[in-house]
Design a protein around this ligand. Sequence first.
Ligand SMILES: Cc1cc2nc3c(=O)[nH]c(=O)nc-3n(C[C@H](O)[C@H](O)[C@H](O)COP(=O)(O)OP(=O)(O)OC[C@H]3O[C@@H](n4cnc5c(N)ncnc54)[C@H](O)[C@@H]3O)c2cc1C
Length: 419
Amino acid sequence: MSTDIIVIGGGAAGMMAALFAAKEGAQVLLLDKNRKLGRKLRITGKGRCNLTNNCERKEFLDNIPGDGRFLHSALAAFSPQDTMQFFEEKGLPLKTERGKRVFPQSDNANDVADLLADICRRSGLTIIQAEAIGISVRDGCVRGVKTQDGLLECRACIICTGGMSYPLTGSTGDGYRFAKSLGHTVTEVRPSLVPLESPDPCCARLQGLTLKNVELRIFENDTLLCREQGEMLFTHFGISGPLVLSASARMHRAGLARYRAEIDLKPALDEKSLDRRILRDLSMYHNKAFHNALVDLVPHALIPELIRLCGIETEPMANEVTKDLRMRLLHALKAFPIEISGTRPYEEAIITAGGVRLRELDPRSMQSRMVQGLYFAGEVLDLDAYTGGFNLQIAWSTGRLAGISAARNTQILSSGSAT
Ligand SMILES: Cc1cc2nc3c(=O)[nH]c(=O)nc-3n(C[C@H](O)[C@H](O)[C@H](O)COP(=O)(O)OP(=O)(O)OC[C@H]3O[C@@H](n4cnc5c(N)ncnc54)[C@H](O)[C@@H]3O)c2cc1C
């Protein structure tokens, strides 16, 4: 079997690449190891699919911890607003929520995946369920894709195999192996947008407790790495929730550096105002035990932990609390400490950070600078972003650009060989 272009991986990037390559008139074969296309897409955004972020370019690039400049061409050609227009024109009404996050009005990620799979099927490209096991290259040019059933010949191949997170969806890092076997560098990969593990027994004791409007600070070897306000929660293994996932994306040296977290439970109050507030509560509950004076200040489950952090042997009455004890309480409230031992595994990571080195690709086409006819798009690239719809937008924009570039290049090559 021979075709113009083979797209490996029918996720967000792969479907987009295949679709736009076919639209350019190329003969396209889309391979996915799963029977159903877009398996990961179907679980995105807690099943609602936050498919892009309705922001401008600068804000978009600010949400990429690595070298977002690589995306200039891809985003200029297909911006978040183009993504919105694309889906709406295809019959999927969208809505924009807090933080410019865009979702389908149906709140159903299956609608996004089904729509794309449907357009792929109707656009004349061939879709087959097969696992690619290697890429065949001769004289520096792509010749085909190897599968268990033999070689599928092609003139260009777009690798859209995703990362390694949530491997049950089919993303098991195959693209990294293909890239390395063809001479590309794959930068160190690690789970990102992932919960954090802690050896602190207090996390298990507090499991299930959600904290809203707190500030999470992460220290790398005692230097402040990041601070952000929002929501987090305690789990049996450590901490999770939006603040924690975002923080994990900044912890590039997980496993190498020492990390610890501090939670400011009262970020809206400076130390003076918080002290006044504590004094007020102590006087309100003056003839009760100390812990009673904390009930209006923090969630119930946190009170024994705060008392433990204050280091008192015998609990005093509220009216016996010394200034020293008040200061220790204040410190515990402003800097509740949590040791971090590492991240949770790929199985629980929203994204894989690291991937195919960007310098080895042409950002205007997504083509390899080493192998003619080899393209990469989506999460397999050394690009990741914070939460908010940015990661899917990277997949849409790079997938579309790779598809169009591969189609135009194979057309140029075939008109060249015809003359
Ligand atoms: C739980 C969860 C929630 C998320 N929520 C959001 C969100 O709301 N918004 C957002 O922007 N991002 C979200 N993400 C991230 C987003 O899903 C990814 O960035 C995006 O799916 C990457 O697209 P991709 O096409 O590059 O890879 P994938 O979607 O991972 O697709 C890769 C495809 O390649 C196939 N494949 C792999 N190897 C082979 C092979 N050898 N042969 C054939 N096929 C192969 C796989 O089966 C898979 O279908 C979420 C991720 C997770 C895990």
